[in-house]
Design a binder for this molecule. Structure first.
Ligand code: GDP
Ligand code: GDP
Length: 466
């Protein structure tokens, strides 16, 4: 199991209700044997694809809760101490109370990752409480209704964000079957649908590799992009060929270009070495986020080009095509239409791939090429909230549900985004083995359209839902 969560908050905000929902208990806690200590029990919990443990703090409130009895405080601290992440619950309907702030102080001091849960958000007048919750300084409140199962997709996303993807989703192959699996209702989503998780980071250098067949114009293109010949004299042939990168700035955006052969002036020795550099090419692709495939527009799409494109996609990188030597093309409009049509046909796995005509020699089209690089990079980083995904899924299931296999209809329960760079999704379904590839392709294509993710690899993993 990957992590432990503690549900913290003053009495009556809905902690037990949330606890029950997460561990899949239908009703409130029942018949505790008196005298048996209920402190710090842990229970298997599920929130879509997240399998974790919740520490049960329900018994902490046995003492009168007029102020903050010492015992309750101590127990809260113990639970926090044991937890990897805290669900700090407030009551959006009632608004903030002094006790909320006291608890919030304890939580903040612990330094643990916190998810601020604004419960009872379905209630009328909860909007005020939701706004007030910001005052706690524990980050953005996630509006939910534990009682009605609303807002759970966003709660899931908030947990992933608080703990970090690696931490939460790392143990991918763990056996979920051992957990007391529970069903979390996919309720109506109360939060702002446009409020997508972390903003695109423009401060980090965007890592680019330039690949293509010999003579396609890679060196010329790189020279034109960087504009400084002197940068392009890499180390002597034969010396550390694998660590050559150049930083430059394109309209205020930091770029880092990694290259194998194309960047260096050619010597006879080097030309020979290039023939051996398949591994180099692969390294460049792995290093890069965006890979520019340079094609000679006068002889486009040979088998090798398609192999390169396929490799890029399989490595999860996003390709952008430069149709180079455009100055040599006679009927550019028609040629472009034909080339783009061909591109879509030959590379269906990255539908909507950006393909830009350029002339490395004259510099034409380079701005558009770099625009395409940045745009594709954004798409490659895109994140779709669980709420949006499942609203989309509802539409899919209504209009084009999975087929029946051997007389039984396949069921899809929910979809979450498990990864970015490239976008990766987990589809939780009955009988993943029986799901036809054609239907998975349909989902990918539809998702690409619905969430505007052209030209990047999109990965889908099927998981058993029960
Ligand atoms: P705890 O003391 O923090 O564990 O709170 P409980 O889970 O016992 O809930 C306190 C009260 O709030 C109960 O009457 C619940 O039915 C109610 N409650 C819990 N969640 C919600 C919710 O999402 N909406 C509304 N309107 N009431 C809720
Ligand atoms: P590389 O092997 O892919 O690095 O290709 P080079 O950059 O060495 O270019 C191969 C040949 O194509 C050279 O003779 C270049 O001058 C020529 N070339 C490169 N870009 C263009 C272009 O945009 N237009 C034309 N007409 N020739 C180009």
């Amino acid at each position: 199991m990957s992590f432990k969560a503690a549900i913290i908050g003053r009495p009556n905000v809905g902690k037990s209700t949330l606890f029950n929902r997460l561990v899949g208990r239908k009703l409130a806690l029942v018949d505790d044997t008196p005298g048996v200590t209920r402190d710090r029990r842990v229970h298997a919990a599920k929130l879509y694809d997240l399998a974790f443990e919740v520490i049960d703090t329900a018994g902490f409130e046995d003492a009168p809760a007029a102020s903050l009895p010492g015992r309750m405080r101590a127990q809260t601290e113990i639970a926090i101490d044991e937890a990897d992440v805290i669900f700090f619950v407030v009551d959006a309907k009632a608004g903030l109370m002094p006790d909320d702030r006291t608890f919030a102080d304890i939580v903040r001091r612990s330094g643990k990752p916190v998810v601020l849960v604004a419960n009872k958000s379905e209630a009328r007048g909860a909007q005020g409480g939701l706004l007030e919750a910001w005052e706690l300084g524990l980050g953005e409140p996630v509006p939910v209704s534990a009682e009605h199962g609303i807002g759970m997709p966003d709660l899931r996303d908030a947990v992933v964000e608080a703990l970090g993807e690696e931490r939460v989703l790392g143990a991918e192959d763990e056996d979920d079957e051992t957990l007391a699996a529970s069903e979390v209702l996919i309720g109506e989503d109360i939060s702002d649908p446009e409020a997508e998780a972390p903003a695109y980071d423009e401060t980090k250098p965007l890592r680019i590799a330039v690949v293509g067949r010999p003579n396609a114009g890679k060196s010329t293109l790189i020279n034109a992009l960087i504009g400084e010949e002197r940068l392009l004299t890499g180390p002597e042939a034969g010396i550390t060929r694998d660590s050559i990168s150049v930083d430059w700035d394109w309209r205020g955006r930091q770029m880092k270009l990694f290259d194998t052969a194309g960047m260096r002036r050619k010597s006879k020795v080097q030309e020979k070495l290039e023939k051996l550099s398949v591994a180099d090419g692969l390294r460049a692709i792995r290093f890069a986020e965006i890979v520019i495939i340079v094609l000679d527009a006068t002889i486009p799409f040979e088998k090798q080009d398609l192999q390169i494109a396929d490799l890029i996609v399989r490595e999860g990188r996003a390709p952008v095509i430069a149709f180079n030597k455009w100055d040599l093309i006679d009927n550019p409009q028609q040629a472009l239409a034909e080339l783009r049509e061909k591109t879509e046909r030959l590379l269906p796995q990255v539908r909507g791939i950006q393909a830009v005509p350029v002339s490395a020699e004259t510099g034409r089209g380079l701005d558009k090429l770099m625009d395409a690089v940045v745009r594709t990079h954004k798409v490659w980083n895109s994140r779709v909230s669980t709420g949006r995904l499942n609203r989309w899924l509802e539409g899919i299931l209504a209009h084009h549900p999975p087929p029946a296999v051997a007389g039984r209809r396949l069921k899809i329960k929910y979809v979450t985004q498990a990864k970015t760079r490239p976008p990766g999704f987990v589809v939780s379904c009955s009988r993943p083995d029986a799901m036809p590839q054609s239907y998975v392709r349909y989902l990918v294509n539809n998702m690409r359209e619905a969430f505007d993710m052209p030209g990047v690899p999109i990965r889908v993993a099927l998981r058993t839902s029960d």
